[in-house]
Design a protein around this ligand. Structure first.
Ligand SMILES: [Zn+2]
Length: 379
């Protein structure tokens, strides 16, 4: 690891203020025994968690005019760290299980399937990987239901039965909603129909807009205004005895044309590499047998202070993934690379689509890591 950037990496503070801590605190606030409440959430009969994909804390603070409702809530809210990698697959599983990445095993956008010469794309999934075996821990929905708390997910219809959904968020009653208005209506229906309820609402379009246009674009600001209205409508539709929380799975960084390092073109970066996993701002690099130390030396030498580059053991030791279960260790790259600043480790041959995106996320900078925790309570 290079000394300079390591000192300023935003390593998630697991156990104190991360997304898995929010998940267990939510259960605790609803009265689930044995769930810790490190965030000190107030007791409530019903809790609704709005997850806005890609709504970074820093981005929200920088766009107050576009989001007056959410910005007002930041005065009493706080930032959480997402977890590493700061990506949807990992963060939604942290929220879905209350476990840090090293304990739930969903360790990135693309990770190696141990024993097979292939990557698992966590969003697209793979029929040959059983979601429940891959992520065996119970979800917060299952734990809520076991405590006689009605558990609902409200999100787009197409996300209901994916492998990722089964791995990360199984056990909820699903209420499909393909528009902003439908999200509010379905959530308020689920909340009002149960004496005790846990309802999560997920919206993806802000992240999608940021990926294509960048988080500094007009398109992103316009989309944020719709998200602001979504949150405002949800807040005003809460039945009494309900706490609404707003959070996100990660922030975003715009990688300019000069910030892109092409792993497929820069000499040396593919040498000894069997599989290139992760994504441009969080790389798992899987070496061919015997080549791990050479790959580490090359990546550190080529990237210098442009990325935090660690061996698997160093990344675990530094706490990037939280405590790591032994069985999940082989899913982590022999080398893990997290770009500093707005650098991106693109791969134009292997990943032409992902490499073309304007906005990206995953790393250990405040822009990737910090997400809001905002609350509105109608007790
Ligand atoms: Zn994304």
């Amino acid at each position: 690891m290079t000394a300079e950037p390591m000192t300023s990496a935003t390593v998630p503070d697991y156990g104190e203020g991360t997304l898995p801590d929010l998940a267990t605190s939510l259960l605790a606030s609803l009265g689930v025994d044995d769930a810790p409440n490190p965030l000190g959430l107030v007791q409530a009969r019903r809790a609704c968690l709005l997850i806005v994909d890609g709504l970074g804390w820093e981005l929200l603070r920088a766009h107050q005019a576009a989001a007056p409702f959410l910005s007002e809530l930041t005065n009493t809210g706080r930032a959480l760290t997402a977890g590493f990698p700061a990506t949807t697959v990992t963060s939604l599983t942290s929220l879905g299980t209350g476990l840090p990445p090293g304990r739930h095993g969903m360790l990135g956008y693309q990770v190696a399937v141990p024993g097979r010469d292939r990557l698992l794309n966590g969003l697209r999934w793979d029929d040959q990987v059983d979601p429940v075996s891959w992520q065996p821990a119970p979800t917060i929905y299952q734990r809520a239901a076991a405590a006689d708390i009605a558990a609902y997910r409200v999100a787009a219809r197409g996300l209901e039965k994916t492998g990722f959904s089964l791995a990360a968020m199984r056990g909820a009653t699903y209420r499909p909603a393909d528009s902003l208005g439908a999200l509010v209506a379905q959530a308020s229906w689920a909340l009002a129909g149960s004496d005790r309820a846990l309802v999560t609402v997920y919206h993806a379009d802000l992240d999608g807009t940021g990926h294509v246009f960048g988080s500094q674009s007009e398109a992103w600001s316009y989309q944020l205004a719709h998200v602001d209205k979504l949150a405002e409508q949800l807040a005003s539709s809460l039945p009494s005895g309900t706490a609404l929380y707003v959070t996100a799975d990660h922030g975003m960084v715009d990688a300019g044309p000069d910030d892109r390092i092409d792993v497929d073109l820069v000499p040396g970066l593919r040498d000894g590499v069997a599989l290139l996993g992760g994504e441009p701002r969080a790389r798992h690099v899987y070496a061919v047998p015997g080549a791990a130390s050479d790959v580490l030396a090359t990546w550190q030498g080529v990237l210098g202070s442009r990325a935090w580059v660690a061996s698997r053991d160093e990344a675990i030791e530094a706490g990037w993934f939280g405590p790591v279960d032994e069985r999940f260790v082989p899913r982590i790259g022999d080398v893990v690379a997290a770009p500093a600043g707005s650098w991106a480790l693109i791969a134009t041959k292997a990943e032409p689509l992902e490499s073309s995106l304007a906005g990206m996320h995953g790393s250990l900078t405040p822009s990737d890591q910090f997400v809001p925790l905002l609350s509105v309570t109608s007790i």
